[in-house]
Ligand binder design. Structure first.
Ligand code: CA
Ligand code: CA
Ligand code: CA
Ligand code: CA
Length: 326
């Protein structure tokens, strides 16, 4: 009896091992190999979305009119991009597309404008700003457009501009900018909209917070020295310092996955381009160099890609393999 059962057991083990290997390969194949930067480019007054490697190589045009696409934001697995777009009925709405520009789907349908989508790190939610209450308020929805929830609340026309910019790495808080105290400041609030807190308290315009992937710092841009510069501060608002010092407009910071570099837009070379700089202000590099105007970069983190398990089978097999390899 035993001699007949053994080959069957070995065969079963081989099949399970092979299944595990095949599933692992398919899971890993979904993650992009390189860090990439997606951004908006304007050519002949048409806005489109482009992507390049984080060193500026392998530029790809994802959209190039007739729709006016902008504000790209990576899904955490780097497989999709959320963006804002004017098209058809001329309303500005939130869309998502695959990372190659295909399979574009509209997520918001309100007659007022929706803009500035920001994908949560768990991939489940998208925060954005909307004019549907007759001033910009921050909303959050599931990544399929369902379960819409308003996070800020002003009394209609004349209410403050509130715009979402970044989720904390644990998705428990949202950093945003608001002019609710008379000028733009960087705020953070709980992900349900509660406990808003002003981190900047400066009469200048402080905007577009970006949370470092290690959670330690927040980058933003401010005109507190007379023109827009990139600043970083501790995540509690302490220790602000400027990273750029250039008479031209420097805006839209986004962090590298290792929290050591910041990509941003600047018109210091005559038109909008994407630059990258170390967090100590050294090693400035220009990543784009063409007459189009580039801006609004978002840096992907391929290492943060959370594999999609085929209906939990892989976890089951891992458990099975671990149990049987002891
Ligand atoms: Ca508002
Ligand atoms: Ca301010
Ligand atoms: Ca500047
Ligand atoms: Ca340019």
């Amino acid at each position: 009896m035993q001699s007949k059962q053994k080959p069957v057991l070995i065969l079963l083990l081989c099949v399970q091992l092979l299944n595990g290997v095949v599933l692992l390969i398919s899971v890993q194949a979904r993650a992009p190999a390189k860090e990439r930067i997606v951004f908006t480019a304007m050519r002949d007054n048409i806005f489109g979305i482009r992507v390049m490697d984080a060193d500026g190589k392998n530029l790809q045009v994802l959209t190039d009119g007739p729709a006016m696409d902008s504000e790209p934001s990576w899904s955490p697995d780097g497989q999709e991009i959320a963006f804002g777009s004017y098209r058809g009925d001329r309303r500005h709405d939130i869309y998502i597309m695959d990372a190659d520009g295909r399979n574009q789907r509209r997520l918001t349908f309100h007659p007022q404008s929706d803009s500035g989508p920001i994908w949560s790190h768990d991939g489940q939610r998208i925060a954005f700003s909307s004019w549907r209450d007759l001033n910009f308020e921050i909303y959050v929805m599931d990544a399929d457009g369902k379960n819409l929830q308003r996070l800020t609340n002003d009394p209609g026309i004349g209410g403050a501009v509130d715009s979402a910019s970044a989720w904390s790495p644990d998705d428990q808080r949202i950093a945003f900018d608001s002019n609710r105290d008379g000028n733009f400041e960087i705020y953070i609030m709980d992900a349900n909209g509660k406990n808003p807190r002003n981190l900047t308290n400066n009469p200048a315009s402080d905007r577009a917070p970006a949370w470092s992937p290690d959670g330690q710092r927040i980058a933003f841009y401010s005109n507190r020295d007379g023109n827009s510069e990139i600043y970083i501060m501790d995540a509690d608002g302490g220790n602000p310092r400027n990273l750029t010092n250039n008479p031209e407009i420097d805006t839209s910071p986004t962090w590298s996955p290792d929290s050591q570099k910041i990509a941003f837009s600047s018109n210091r070379d005559g038109n909008g381009d994407i630059y990258v700089i170390d967090v100590d202000g050294k090693n400035l590099q220009r990543l784009t160099a063409n007459p189009d105007s580039e801006g609004g970069p978002d840096w992907s983190d391929p290492a943060s890609a959370r594999p999609v398990y085929p209906t939990g089978k892989l976890r089951g097999k891992w458990g099975w393999l671990k149990q049987n390899s002891r």
